[in-house]
Design a protein. Structure first.
Length: 327
């Protein structure tokens, strides 16, 4: 199918002096801010007809991801002919790429809406997401990325899905009816979903939550999905294991331990129906700190230290962390 695809990137700026290196490509999708591309392939008439008068103009001044050509050249679209499915699949893939940008730095880069059209028939589909990622403080600032950082993010993109699909190659079911593909999480084999896969789902929830007590709470649940094997003394267990696994020296381990303990206090107070009376500035500091800890955690996992989180034997799993105490 011959298609045109465009999606605006919110909260993104290129590194000063690197504008001439764009467009940056991944999986045949291109990132650019070249207004000549808009005028040639996505003119004003396209914006007004498919996007609308109020939101169409925003593409003129920002970065956008686009594709023009045969849909089968995009790996994720092999044998997909439904225009709605194409929009859903591409946008879902872009959301995963946004997660990989967070592995590079604290950011709130978002893609809320994408438009795909069948060039031959004029048929079109708009795919929109109901949430937006925030930065660690629950805000939506723009982040500046270097080309090297984009490449770094893309290098980890495949690993995210590899861990999510680990042991479940058919985790995304084929559509059994015409029209939009069923939500891929409806048939998720949750009994087999590994620790890292579950934690990535909590990461998505935490990053899309601007309310800081809830953001911090999801970050704690994320850590619990990775570092617990019992239901007792969970707070100490998670704080200690996170510090031992992520920290590189005694001072850093102690700092991480204290950050997780403080985050636990906020989570417990908020989730157990009490009022958090601390000023928002204090919550922002804790959210920023735990966000950094979790980023370091995932980078270590994605760069090779993932084996322990795939261990099914709880005794071996516990022994690993007991050994870390005496290192």
């Amino acid at each position: 199918m011959n298609i045109k695809f465009i999606a605006k990137v919110n909260g993104y700026l290129c590194h000063i002096g690197e504008e001439n290196l764009y467009p940056f490509s991944f999986d045949n999708l291109k990132l650019s801010n070249d207004t000549a591309i808009l005028k040639t392939y996505f003119p004003e008439q396209f914006n007004l007809f498919y996007i609308g008068l109020m939101s169409g103009g925003v593409y003129r001044n920002d970065y956008f991801i686009y594709f023009i050509g045969e849909s089968s050249t995009i790996p994720q679209l092999n044998n997909v002919v439904n225009i709605d499915q194409i929009g859903e699949i591409i946008n879902s893939h872009l959301q995963t790429y946004l997660i990989s940008l967070w592995f590079v730095k604290n950011c709130s880069t978002n893609i809320n809406k994408c438009i795909v059209t069948n060039v031959d028939t004029g048929e079109a589909s708009i795919n929109a997401k109901a949430f937006l990622y925030t930065d660690s403080k629950g805000l939506y600032p723009s982040a500046i990325f270097k080309i090297s950082e984009l490449k770094n993010a893309f290098a980890r993109l495949g690993k995210i899905w590899e861990f999510f699909l680990k042991g479940n190659p058919d985790i995304i079911p084929e559509s059994t009816y015409e029209g939009l593909k069923a939500n891929k999480f409806t048939s998720l084999p949750y009994k087999n979903l590994p620790r890292i896969g579950r934690s990535l789902m909590f990461l998505d929830l935490a990053r899309s939550q601007p309310l800081l007590p809830l953001k911090i709470s999801f970050y704690i649940v994320l850590l619990e999905s990775l570092f617990t094997s019992t239901t007792s003394e969970v707070t100490h267990q998670v704080s200690e294991r996170t510090a031992l696994f992520v920290g590189t020296n005694k001072t850093e381990k102690k700092e991480i331990f204290n950050v997780i303990k403080k985050a636990y206090n906020y989570r417990s107070t908020y989730m157990h129906g009490q009022l958090i009376k601390n000023p928002i500035e204090e919550l922002q500091v804790t959210a920023f700190q735990i966000d950094n800890v979790i980023r370091k955690l995932y980078i270590k996992i994605l760069d090779g230290a993932s084996e322990i989180f795939q261990e099914a034997d709880n005794e071996k799993y516990n022994d690993y962390f007991r050994d870390l105490i005496f290192q």
